[in-house]
Design a binder for this molecule. Structure first.
Ligand SMILES: Cc1cc2nc3c(=O)[nH]c(=O)nc-3n(C[C@H](O)[C@H](O)[C@H](O)COP(=O)(O)O)c2cc1C
Length: 186
């Protein structure tokens, strides 16, 4: 069974990112193996640009929560980044994670994997553009195929539930993920 890893970059365990990712997971249940990780529950040290990952085993030498996250990422077919927009960008914890993708730029282990974005923002899609572009270019550099984005105009806990446009985007994203995840298992 194909595996999707949901990486939640919000500190709110019951916030809009959590609601939107749960909705997506419910639509994939039984057909795609889902694992969810709350990034704020992991100690992710900043990349220190030591460049150790450029040689030898092409692995990160830092000993922190990324060891577990690298394992989860390596084992997944689709990576779903769910981050609230903080100042037109992803949250700091999400950016810490992305910076630690440096080994993947060299070892090309993500080649063939797919990725999607779920981005709640108080002002909605208009404030997500820079984050979408940043992720798209990073995915390109990492040879990861971008399969879709859900933006949601939501500020308070519970707002995403009432955002019908976002729920429609979740439906479309689930269909896209199912279209390639279930193809080989017939
Ligand atoms: C520090 C901070 C910065 C924020 N910056 C923006 C912003 O630039 N644009 C925006 O639309 N919303 C902004 N927001 C609002 C959040 O994106 C919004 O509340 C979101 O729904 C939170 O998602 P969550 O419930 O998953 O944590 C900001 C919130 C915080 C705490």
């Amino acid at each position: 069974m194909n595996k999707a890893l949901i990486l939640i970059g919000s500190p709110r365990k019951k916030g809009n990112s959590a609601f939107l990712t749960t909705s997506l997971a419910n639509k994939l249940k039984g057909k795609v193996e889902i694992e969810t990780a709350f990034l704020y529950g992991f100690n992710i040290e900043p990349c220190i640009d030591c460049r150790a990952c450029k040689n030898g085993e092409m692995k990160c030498v830092l000993n922190d929560g990324m060891i577990e996250l690298y394992e989860k990422i390596d084992a997944s077919d689709t990576i779903i980044f769910a981050s609230p927009i903080y100042w037109f960008g992803p949250t700091a914890q999400t950016k810490l994670l992305l910076d630690r993708f440096r080994p993947y730029f060299v070892n090309k282990k993500l080649n063939g994997k797919k990725a999607a974005l779920i981005l709640p923002a108080g002002s909605g899609a208009g404030d997500c553009d820079l984050t979408i572009e940043m992720f798209k270019r990073s995915f390109q550099a990492l040879d990861v195929e971008f399969v879709g984005v859900v933006s949601s105009e939501s500020y308070n806990v519970g707002d995403a539930e009432n955002d019908l446009k976002a729920m429609d985007m979740i439906q479309k994203l689930s269909e896209k993920i199912l279209s390639y995840s279930t193809k080989d298992s017939v």
